[in-house]
Design a binder for this molecule. Structure first.
Ligand code: PMP
Length: 453
């Protein structure tokens, strides 16, 4: 059965563990003042993390600092993937800014060197890269190409997906809630939640296959046809689903059988965060048709990209001019090159595997008898802790997750939570996170778990 978008939409909620503007009066005077200034100039669309928002003035490595010099352990930010203020990235950006900063309509060797190196991290079927400034734009471009190449409009996503903020991409991002209606061409399938999936007559793989088939049939019934299935390869906003590896295979088979394309959104898991591989989709043994990436790509300098099977761009490239004023400019490429170099030279993928593995193993041990922790899961430095009211019903417990996130904030350890009910603690630090950083995090979580009611 295909799930219609109406049945799946949930009312828009305040941001998970976010600051509630109604409680501004409880904060210290100086913080209140900053928040009021912020509201006045930035308006009501922005959100702040934590019940007591954090003001930061500088950062280094895996540490953020406030105005008084207090340190905060960063267990959340994946954008500074090689660490905040990495000297190699700073030097590369500084030098490039002094030398040349222009666009892709001139021949520049640096973008060629970088593109060749980036493409060498992908399976050989993926051979062209196009640059954008944000992950949203990369997904927008990917979907444009998918629609053009297939001649169809239909899109399939998972129920808690987030793919970005343009009108097009928001129309296939169900996690934005009812305020952002899904497109009439969008169909939604269940997230691959192996913990909560139970059936007497099908496996999770079979269930996903059935769901995708149903969605495709429904698109055909409505005369829409399938352009693409798109998924974040680690299902970050759905609640972090990394295992069992291979569950993406039946999906890609069905999508291809229907003439559609598979778009792997690597904005979250990409660039080695998951440990053993450069890209999250590789853990599932599949080769997508298009891969999008962003966030960590320039360690904070805006650069994102979409990588394609070359045949998909043949007609699109011929008939449609692509120019992105800032996308892939000289400074952005310099930052991205430095990131790639540092990831390799400092063995940060290996570090992700090692330190992430320690966090995963120790948190599993620590929580094995806790009724309110249903599962600790993830890959590399991308770990989720699924909190429930009890293990028998597996009812998601977003309130406890929020309490833990805010408790850790008081200990100056910055984490967040994800999942449809905000019940999955999300641990996703910069990649130079050390064993002793992991100890500090695990000890704080241990204290927090002990006081859970
Ligand atoms: N895809 C995923 C999976 C994301 O998490 C995000 C950002 N949170 C985006 C796309 C959009 O990226 P950006 O914010 O750079 O536009």
């Amino acid at each position: 059965m295909a799930i219609s978008s109406e049945t799946i939409r949930k009312p828009s909620k305040p941001m998970v563990n976010g600051f509630d503007p109604a409680s501004v009066g409880n904060l210290p005077d100086d913080v209140q003042k900053s928040i009021r200034r912020r509201d006045k100039s930035l308006g009501p669309g922005y959100r702040l993390f934590y019940n007591e928002p954090v003001e930061v003035v500088r950062a280094k490595g895996v540490t953020l600092f406030d105005r008084d010099g207090n340190d905060y352990l960063d267990v959340y930010n994946n954008v500074p993937c090689v660490g905040h203020a990495h000297p190699r990235v700073i030097a590369a950006v500084h030098e490039q800014m002094q030398t040349l900063n222009t666009n892709t309509r001139y021949i520049q060797e640096s973008i060629l060197d970088y593109s060749e190196q980036l493409l060498s991290t992908f399976p050989s079927q993926l051979g062209h890269v196009m640059y954008t400034c944000t992950g949203s734009e990369a997904n927008d471009l990917a979907m444009r190409v998918a629609k053009y190449a297939t001649g169809h409009q239909g899109i399939i996503v998972t129920s808690g997906a987030y793919h970005g903020l343009t009108a097009e991409v928001a129309s296939f991002s169900p996690s934005l809630g009812v305020g952002v209606p899904l497109g009439a061409n969008v169909r939604v399938i269940d997230a691959p939640d192996a913990l909560r999936f139970s059936s007497d007559n099908e496996t999770l793989d079979e269930h996903l296959r059935t769901q995708v088939r149903g969605a495709i049939a429904d698109l055909h019934r409505h005369g829409i046809g399938l352009a693409a299935f798109i998924a974040d390869s680690i299902f970050s906003s759905d609640g972090i689903f990394a295992e069992p590896t291979g569950f993406l295979r039946p999906i890609i088979e069905e999508v291809h059988a229907a003439g559609g394309l598979y778009i792997a959104d690597e904005v979250q898991p990409g660039f080695g965060r998951t440990g053993a591989e450069w890209w999250g989709f590789q853990r599932h043994g599949i080769v997508p048709d298009i891969v999008t990436m962003g966030k960590p790509m320039g360690n904070g300098i805006p650069i994102a990209a979409a990588v394609f099977r070359p045949e998909l761009l043949e007609q699109f490239g011929k008939n449609i001019r692509y120019f992105n004023t800032f996308g892939g400019n000289s400074v952005a490429i310099a930052a991205a090159q430095a990131v790639l170099d540092v990831l390799r030279e400092e063995s940060l993928m290996e570090n992700s595997l090692k330190v992430g593995g320690k966090i995963l193993t120790e948190l599993k041990q620590l929580t094995q008898d806790l009724e309110q922790v249903a599962e600790v899961r993830g890959s590399g430095l991308f770990v989720g802790v699924d909190l429930v009211t009890d293990r028998a019903t597996l009812t998601p417990d977003g309130d406890t997750a929020s309490a833990i996130v805010n408790r850790l904030r008081q200990e100056r350890i910055l984490i967040s939570a994800s999942g449809a009910q905000g019940n999955v603690l999300k641990l996703r630090p910069p990649m130079p996170f050390s064993m002793s950083d992991a100890d500090r995090l695990i000890e704080a979580l241990d204290r927090a778990f002990k006081v859970m009611h």
